[in-house]
Design a protein around this ligand. Structure first.
Ligand code: GLN
Ligand code: ZN
Length: 762
């Protein structure tokens, strides 16, 4: 009998119940008991849902009030000193302080750092450790949740982040290697496993996603040490879970560890199945990740069944489990609740619940249950319909893709020759000042958008409102004395959604929420078909803004890689192809903006770096097509038109050559986190084009003074030639309020003037 299992279920609730409960608790509108009651309700509902969908062995301890890595740190008492006093008297307050900081009169605790969970758009909190760190079991979350399910008559498999991945995802404050702490950490893991065993748990799932990354000898040794130690004591059977890619050169290691089961991702890496079958010792459980835990496409099932049957043939009587490729954390909950999509499109999709039902169908077919084979037909038919649909395929797009030549991926002239033309056309001084695009999205702006969306504000009135906002924004920038203005992005809800809604091949769900971090959820666009641009998207507002002023107005677009990265992407063609299609649509927008008299155009790519594959060997290829897509979007313009780009994450050292290869005339970058290191990277590489290192951090309401920014600009001009430098904030200003924005930009323009005076005196 084949077992259907699951690695993790989304916690937030189909209607974002957890988000609401958290936010009401944080605002003091409900108490901890109410929050915990909602959490418990969600867990119960999700276990029952999984059972109804046909899951034999659902997970527990996959629930989290905020983040499962934070839970792990908290569970093992890896609580940094600054939160400890609070943790003694108010553990929940300390937990949330670690997650989001805590400001009260006389208390100012900053949060743990947050970063992306592997190559997903989920963010985890980075545990902060130090040499000599002690660990201890704190509370009994995994045991309590196991018990909770048991009380419903449901046997679950508690999920824990494995010890090596936990340490690898942590950082230390003293520069020591987190892996040095393994020896101290393991007894506490062992103690927890023993307690789970005593509680009656038959299985425990240890997630070790770092096994699909490049590992050095130290990490491999850590794996051997860790699992030998855990095998040594009493423990439930251990399922070692790997996901997000192939084990590849870590397969022998994974197969040799003394555990009772191994989960492998056959969606990202179906090609590893044969090697896994050969490597895995007899008697082990093999858990096959057959449906995509990270994307929303309905599985055609036929190929998945072939993989399952192939595995069955090799494993004989050894147990075979079927599972999603990874936790379903990255998928919305239930397609049945989705009302916004049309029936045809909905027929192509599967959310978490549907994915578990797919696994049930597969398991029944594999076991030869009566009628099971016939039950696969609808999935096959849906896949056929999708493959043939005229909504997916656009002959004009395909023809254009086929006709692309190298000339379409490069500007006609090198930057050095373009630059003087651009500086003259834009009449730029030294140290030109600009902003990243958005200006404060005030309550008024958000309310007007919401009222327009719900029909309470007519399109004409909404347009008039936006025109006033834009005009005011232009006037403010003129008064402040900025050199290159922006229109302020008041018409945009979100930098991807705004474009996706205007492109063919994109769809938007009404309720397809996934957790981004904590209570923050996103509703990623669904890219289902060939992307194309039926009409100009931004020209109207840019042209209007330019008509208001003599100063140059910068056009503002979201780049192809970022659009791709923040969407559910079609799985029927390579990501590179989809990206290229979006790039072609944007190329038309860029040239239309140019034709409308916009002489500087910014193509934002904040997500370029986060698309990097998990394995080094695959990075170069990704960077090549990502850079090419940007260049396709950017290179249709004349030499005198200036292309800007903007990026947010600071670690560019390892991709600086690709950043240069974008050949944007100007790049503005977020530098608040590692300023000098970042500029050094640009200097060392002898970055050829212009750079705007963010001179102040927009993530805080604090207004920096002129001297601070002068200091930073002086430092910048020590490492880079002055004529390469622009002066701008770190990122868009949409989360800020007007008074601080104005004050900060005035100081910024003053700072630029100081630098100009110093330059002409020199
Ligand atoms: N142009 C966008 C803005 O200013 C860029 C946002 C971003 O970098 N994430 O809001
Ligand atoms: Zn940014």
């Amino acid at each position: 009998m084949t077992i259907v299992t699951n690695l993790g279920f989304p916690r937030i609730g189909a209607r974002r119940e957890l988000k609401r409960a958290l936010e009401s608790y944080w605002h003091g509108e409900s108490d901890a008991a109410q929050l915990q009651a909602t959490a418990a309700e969600l867990r119960v509902r999700h276990w029952k849902l999984q059972r109804e969908a046909g899951v034999d062995l659902p997970p527990s301890n996959d629930f989290s009030l905020y983040d499962h890595v934070l839970d792990t740190a908290f569970l093992f008492d890896a609580i940094p000193e600054r939160y400890r006093t609070l943790a003694v008297c108010a553990p929940l307050a300390a937990y949330f302080a670690m997650a989001r900081g805590l400001q009260r009169p006389g208390i100012d605790l900053h949060a743990l750092e947050m970063t992306k969970w592997f190559d997903t758009n989920y963010h985890y909190l980075v545990p902060e450790l130090q040499a000599g760190q002690r660990f201890a079991l704190r509370g009994d979350k995994p045991l309590a949740e196991y018990r909770e399910a048991k009380a419903l008559g449901i046997e679950t498999r508690p999920v824990l982040l494995g010890p090596v991945s936990f340490l690898r995802l942590s950082k230390t404050t003293d520069g020591s290697d987190p892996l040095d702490l393994l020896g101290t950490l393991l007894p506490v893991y062992a103690q927890l496993l023993e307690a789970l065993k005593a509680e009656g748990a038959r299985w425990v799932q240890l997630d070790e996603p770092v096994l699909v990354q490049d590992l050095d000898d130290a990490a491999r040794a850590a794996f051997r040490q860790a699992y030998a130690r855990l095998a040594d004591g009493p423990h439930p059977d251990i399922l070692l879970a790997t996901y997000f890619g192939a084990l590849d050169d870590n397969l022998a290691l994974a197969a040799s560890l003394p555990v009772q089961g191994l989960h492998v991702d056959l969606v990202r890496a179906p090609e590893q199945l044969d090697a896994v079958l050969r490597a895995l010792p007899a008697g082990r459980v093999l858990s096959l990740g057959l449906v995509d835990g990270r994307n929303i496409w309905r599985n055609p099932l036929d190929n998945a069944l072939i993989l399952a049957r192939y595995a069955r043939g090799h494993r004989g009587d050894d147990p075979l489990w079927l599972a999603p490729s990874c936790s379903l954390l990255h998928c919305p909950v239930d397609l049945a609740l989705e009302k916004k999509l049309d029936a045809e499109l909905r027929g192509w999709l599967a959310f978490s619940r549907q994915k578990l039902e797919e696994l049930r169908l597969l398991a029944d077919a594999l076991d030869g249950r009566a009628g099971a084979e016939a039950a696969l037909a609808p999935a096959r038919e849906a896949a056929d319909a999708r493959r043939r649909s005229s909504r997916v395929h656009n002959a004009a797009v395909k023809a254009r893709m086929a006709a692309l030549t190298a000339a379409d991926t490069a500007r006609a002239t090198p930057h050095a020759r373009r630059l003087p033309l651009q500086t003259a056309a834009l009449r730029l001084p030294a140290f030109p000042t600009t902003t990243i695009g958005s200006f404060p999205q005030t309550r008024e702006v958000r309310e007007a958008r919401a009222r327009n969306k719900s029909g309470r504000l007519s399109d004409a009135d909404y347009d008039a409102f936006l025109a006033v906002q834009t005009e005011q924004c232009v006037r403010v920038q003129e008064q402040i004395g900025l050199d290159v203005l922006v229109h302020g992005e008041f018409e945009r809800n979100d930098m991807v959604e705004y474009f996706g809604e205007q492109l063919d091949g994109f769809a938007f769900t009404g309720n397809g929420w996934v957790q981004s971090y904590g209570s923050r959820c996103v509703k990623p666009p669904v890219i289902y078909g060939d992307a194309s641009r039926p009409a100009p998207m931004t020209v109207r507002w840019s042209r209007y803004a330019q008509s208001l002023t003599q100063r140059p107005m910068k056009g503002m677009l979201t780049g192809p890689v970022t659009m791709l990265q923040w969407s559910f992407v079609r799985d029927d063609q390579e990501r590179a192809q989809t990206c290229r299609q979006i790039a072609l649509a944007l190329r038309d927008e860029v040239t239309d903006l140019e034709a409308a008299g916009i002489a500087a155009i910014q193509i934002d790519e904040p997500a370029l770096r986060e698309g990097l594959p998990l394995r080094n060997a695959q990075r170069q290829r990704y960077l090549e097509w990502a850079v090419e897509a940007f260049r396709i979007a950017a290179s249709g313009v004349a030499d005198a038109t200036q292309i800007h780009t903007h990026m947010c994450y600071a670690q560019f050292n390892d991709i600086i050559d690709s950043v240069a290869a974008l050949d944007a005339d100007v790049i503005s970058i977020e530098t608040s986190r590692s300023r000098m290191e970042l500029l050094d990277a640009f200097a060392r590489f002898d970055y050829p084009n212009q750079v705007g290192p963010g001179v102040y951090d927009i993530h805080s309401p604090r207004v920096p003074d002129r001297t601070e920014m002068v200091e930073l600009l002086r430092r910048a001009s020590e490492v880079l030639p002055a004529e390469k430098l622009w002066v701008n904030p770190d990122c868009g200003l949409k989360t800020r309020a007007w008074p601080e924005t104005r004050a900060a930009l005035e100081a910024m323009v003053d700072a630029a003037q100081v630098l100009r005076a110093e330059l002409s005196a020199a």
